[in-house]
Ligand binder design. Structure first.
Ligand code: GUN
Length: 305
């Protein structure tokens, strides 16, 4: 059997189009333009790339993008003051403080200073609690994207055995809560799990989010299972030759050994082109959701958990 490849890039384009439709409706029917503020502290190259991509996607969806770039040595108090200003700004419906922050800044303090209703990352402790207790919350973008793809592929997820590999606050734990909310039987596996292959073999749905290139092998997968690969790992690829400076070329791989898994799984997300594009699409979706909720309008259809 060869797995169906779940086209995250194509699906993300559909979600972004849906977002743009909601944005048009908010503007034409209610005179509202959703606004997303992204805050970057320092010059981390990867973060700069992410922040630029987020700003571009926000504008392309018809929303307002507010970018705040602060020096790496910005005092924590100054960052907290900016967050407070954005909390009060009625043009800002979503706030994202790009992580990681410089070491002298307490990330938890900053995240928990964001108005929870503007917390489009879903990292605020109140949103974590709301998700964990099944209340309406802002949901972290990557797990929300995974849930959307799973619902799109399966229809209902009710009664399915799901194994989430990885227990991070950003992906593993919220993913498990979302799957539980859709009535899956959920196991969270991690680096200390005994007989990880045996645990994964039970699953109708596998979500791999451990950050270990190619760890999940094809013979761990139950035939026909759906595999969602959250991993984005850069590895050396000597088969691609060398760069001008003599260094070995690299490529991106997931946490799943794609070549062996695709012969067993029923469906699988590729890396790149799977979960990755869904994360930004869901950030836009969360911004529209935050704008609708702030104005006591109905939940935007198809964009929430
Ligand atoms: N850094 C890498 N990914 C993310 C993300 O999803 N949100 C924030 N705030 N920072 C990140």
């Amino acid at each position: 059997m060869t797995a169906q490849i779940i086209d995250g890039k194509g699906f993300a384009a559909e979600v972004r189009q849906k977002v743009a439709g909601h944005v048009t409706r908010l503007r034409e029917e209610h005179g509202l333009t959703p606004g997303l503020a992204v805050v970057l502290v320092g010059e981390d190259p990867a973060s700069q790339v992410y922040v630029r991509a987020k700003g571009k996607a926000t504008v392309e969806a018809g929303m307002e993008s507010f970018e705040h770039r602060l020096d790496a040595d910005t005092p924590e108090a100054d960052l907290l003051a900016l967050v407070e200003k954005l909390n009060k700004d009625p043009a800002v419906h979503g706030i994202l403080v790009q992580l990681p922050l410089p070491e002298h800044i307490d990330s938890d303090l900053v995240i928990n200073a964001i108005d929870p209703d503007k917390d489009v990352d879903g990292f605020h402790i109140l949103n974590v609690g709301r998700l964990g207790t099944g209340q309406k919350s802002m949901v972290p973008c990557t797990p929300l994207g995974c849930l959307m793809m799973l619902r799109h592929h399966h229809g209902t997820l009710s009664g399915k055995e799901a194994v989430v590999i990885g227990r991070s606050n950003i992906v593993g734990k919220p993913m498990a809560h979302l799957l539980l909310g859709d009535s899956c039987t959920v196991t969270i596996a991690h680096s200390r799990t005994q007989d990880l292959p045996g645990v994964v073999r039970r699953a109708d749905i596998v979500v791999a989010a451990v950050g270990r290139p190619g760890m999940v092998q094809g013979d761990w997968i139950k035939p026909g299972a759906t595999v969602i690969d959250v991993g984005i790992n850069r590895i050396e690829a000597p088969e691609r030759g060398t760069n001008e400076d003599g260094s070995v070329k690299t490529r991106l791989v997931g946490d799943v050994d794609f070549d062996s898994a695709k012969d067993v799984a029923g469906a699988i997300t590729p890396v790149p082109g799977g979960v990755g594009p869904m994360t930004i699409a869901c950030l836009l979706a969360n911004t529209v959701t935050a704008c609708a909720r702030a104005n006591r309008l109905p939940e935007p259809e198809g964009l929430t958990a």
